[in-house]
Design a protein around this ligand. Structure first.
Ligand code: FAD
Length: 348
């Protein structure tokens, strides 16, 4: 391995963990204006307005935060927000942001130019959005150039690895964003996945036999309320022919939501349809989405459910604390069989 200023370092095994960087989209005029990315966030100063190009986790989290700090914010996204989350979560987050005053423009940014001491973003549909500062959060690019063209890559430019995090070259491993993130194929990047992959790559480099399994790795968007998911999405289940038997409950079915005046959100559970007929305990849990207060904590119950192959009946047997948002986990399980809005507190 060639290292700047250090010559060549030799090792029997190598782990590539060079991460990713912000993608710079091909937008006319972008090279002629000042724009920010997450790498320059703290150079942003105190603008009165910010336009975000991109609708992923980084844009959504920062737009909400800045808006709450009194900055007028707009998001220009060519598809739905949070496209790696389920449609229901995307719609929910768009409503939350709009209610708070964030402008959400669902259109492709095709040109940017200087205007009024700030910038103007033009969309394919002819919308013009003006802001003092421009923030580009249009995805990530894996830093796979460090591999010097010697390793096989995935279509998104990440280094192709197997479950043991081995690359196409014996003795060379890759982990984290550069190895395709959570699913090892790009799209969703997360610290927890990168850290686990790093451990597995290191253990295997030293002769171990560990495998990475993304099935039970939670992904969280840290908005308020947060959006957390784990396992397989309804779309993936349908696209792969498995089908999905799903149920969702609004978070306001539980008293804790009313008591805390945080009634906005939902929990959705996806199950494998064919598993309903083989057990009295109902279907096997394939995945879940929690868009609600404490979602980043609640999602771990579903991570365990997916990892251990738990069924809806296992969740329905919970005796959750009252009042707590955890009650909604059980309510979501009961929603497969009942109208939970008609249940009184703690009943079932
Ligand atoms: C704004 C933002 C917010 C995020 N928030 C969350 C969150 O809340 N939760 C979460 O789970 N994830 C979050 N993520 C994702 C998370 O940060 C990444 O998935 C994680 O850091 C990836 O770890 P990594 O070790 O693969 O890469 P990195 O943490 O990017 O580390 C790569 C390192 O390699 C170095 N490097 C690169 N090229 C070379 C080279 N040629 N030679 C030597 N060194 C090199 C880099 O300088 C860097 O130090 C966020 C990402 C962004 C951009």
């Amino acid at each position: 391995m060639k290292v700047e200023g250090r010559g060549v370092l030799e090792g029997k095994r190598v782990v590539v963990a060079t991460g990713s960087r912000p993608a710079v989209p091909n937008i006319k005029g972008l090279g002629e204006v000042v724009y920010y990315t997450n790498e320059k966030l703290f150079d942003l100063g105190e603008p009165s307005s910010v336009a975000f190009v991109g609708g992923g986790a980084v844009a959504v989290e920062l737009a909400q935060a800045l808006n709450r700090l009194g900055v007028k914010t707009a998001i220009v996204a060519r598809g739905r927000l949070l496209k790696y989350e389920e449609e229901m979560a995307s719609q929910f987050m768009e409503e939350v942001l709009k209610e708070e005053g964030v402008e959400v423009v669902r259109d492709e940014a095709v040109a940017v130019r200087r205007a009024d001491g700030g910038v103007e973003v033009e969309t394919r549909g002819g919308r013009r959005i003006r802001a003092e500062a421009l923030f580009v959060a249009a995805g990530r690019v894996p830093n796979s150039e460090a591999a010097g063209g010697l390793l096989e890559l995935n279509s998104d430019g990440s280094i192709r690895v197997n479950k043991r995090l081995e690359t196409s070259m014996p003795g060379v491993y890759a982990a984290g964003d550069v190895a395709g993130g959570v699913w090892l194929r790009g799209g969703r990047y997360a610290e927890n996945a990168a850290a686990r992959q790093g451990t597995i790559a290191a253990v295997n480099a030293l002769g171990g036999h560990e495998e990475y399994n993304p099935a039970a790795v939670p992904r969280v968007v840290f908005t308020d309320p947060p959006v957390a998911s784990v396992g397989i999405s309804e779309d993936e289940m349908i696209a792969s022919g498995i089908g999905c038997r799903c149920a969702a409950v609004p978070i306001d079915v539980v008293a804790a939501a009313w008591a805390s005046k945080r009634t906005s959100g939902f929990i959705k559970i996806n199950t494998y349809p064919e598993t309903w007929w083989v057990s009295m305990k109902g279907g096997k849990i394939a995945g879940a989405v929690v868009a609600a207060p404490h979602a980043e904590e609640l999602i771990h119950v579903f991570a365990i459910a997916v990892k251990l192959g738990l069924r809806i009946g296992d969740l329905a047997e919970l005796v959750p604390a009252f009042p707590s948002f955890g009650e909604a986990l059980r309510a979501a399980a009961l929603a497969f069989e009942k109208d939970v809005s008609k249940l009184s507190c703690c009943a079932g």
